[in-house]
Design a protein around this ligand. Structure first.
Ligand SMILES: [Zn+2]
Length: 325
């Protein structure tokens, strides 16, 4: 082979691999042998060489398509990996969002059912108490209380004023979202037995409306201000009325030690403990109160849980002070 042949063969080898060069050399020898037989034979051999090289090249190209694609477009593999990664991430995000939506909907639609299921399994036969908080929610005190209840894993029942819910709707939603029971303490904390029947009905109706507008479902429990009621109030509320059996007098003392001592003096199985989440001292007292009652063997439940475990159907218009065994 002369220099041009060598260069040509190297080029073929580069493009098509070792097999092609072997065929080329064989055809080249045939071409040399046929040189003496005339120009026609030379042309035929040359055409044969080109044809063979073309076939081999095509086969090699087909066989190594992905490899050559990879060589010519090195970014293609990276691009494919990137697309695959994006698809996987989007899929995971979709699953997470779906899961979160389902979870929040479940809590929103049936917060009571969720707690009842848990308590039936864990709390039967145990001493139970329900913490209840009135007059909120307040931006100044309720968030700290919710943080404490969450850290102690204690559910509570909040009897909120419609006027406060309207001012702090996000707090009302947070209360329910964190597994507590949202209930009503009427709209403006009026003494319902001292106002006209029409004013009483207006207050109750407005509170119900604000409640369902903010939380997206109907009100189920009410505590009238000062615990005052008569037949007209019971009839107008037309829901279970929850009072209390342990009065911490937190509004009066506004003192942590006094709140704890007063509670310990009155505590009993099935107690409903009255507190107000608008006082910083009440919030201050809650961690020690929870620890003290737990040391005495009490478990914390919401009002619907307590009623369910103690076999109460929570009848509309009925007054409940506690849920003893
Ligand atoms: Zn009150």
């Amino acid at each position: 082979m002369n220099l041009l042949d060598r260069l040509f063969s190297k080029e073929i080898q580069r493009r098509t691999g070792a097999h092609a060069i072997t065929i080329y050399i064989e055809n080249e020898n045939a071409r040399k042998r046929s040189r003496s037989r005339g120009k026609k034979a030379l042309t035929s051999a040359s055409a044969s060489t080109k044809k063979t090289t073309t076939i081999v090249t095509t086969k090699k190209l087909q066989g190594s398509f992905l490899r050559r694609l990879d060589t010519r477009f090195p970014w293609l593999k990276l691009f494919a990996v990137l697309i695959f990664g994006i698809i996987v991430v989007l899929d995971l995000c979709d699953l997470t969002i779906s899961h979160t939506s389902d979870e929040s909907n479940r809590i929103k639609i049936a917060p009571m059912a969720k707690h009842v299921r848990v308590t039936e399994r864990v709390l039967n036969g145990k001493k139970l108490v329900a913490l209840t908080f009135d007059d909120g929610p307040s931006e100044l005190t309720t968030p700290r209380l919710l943080d404490i209840l969450k850290s102690k894993d204690v559910p509570a029942t909040f009897f909120m004023l419609g006027s406060m819910m309207r001012t702090y709707p996000d707090l009302a939603k947070r209360i329910e979202k964190e597994g507590h029971i949202a209930a009503s303490h009427t709209m403006y904390h009026q003494n319902l037995i001292r106002i006209s029947a029409a004013a009483m009905q207006d207050d109750i109706n407005e509170a119900k409306s604000v409640y369902s507008n903010i939380l997206g479902h109907d009100l189920t429990l009410v505590r009238p201000p000062y615990g005052n009621y008569n037949d007209a109030v019971r009839s107008a509320i037309n829901l279970p009325i929850i009072l209390w059996s342990v009065d911490t007098l937190d509004w009066k003392s506004q003192n942590v030690d006094s709140i704890i001592a007063t509670t310990k003096n009155q505590i009993h199985d099935g107690a409903v403990i009255l507190m107000h989440d608008i006082y910083p001292t009440t919030v201050d007292a809650v961690p020690a109160l929870i620890d003290t009652l737990r040391q005495d063997g009490y478990e914390f439940v919401t009002i619907p849980e307590l009623a369910n475990i103690r076999g109460s159907n929570l009848t509309p218009g009925t007054i409940y002070y506690n849920f003893r065994p």
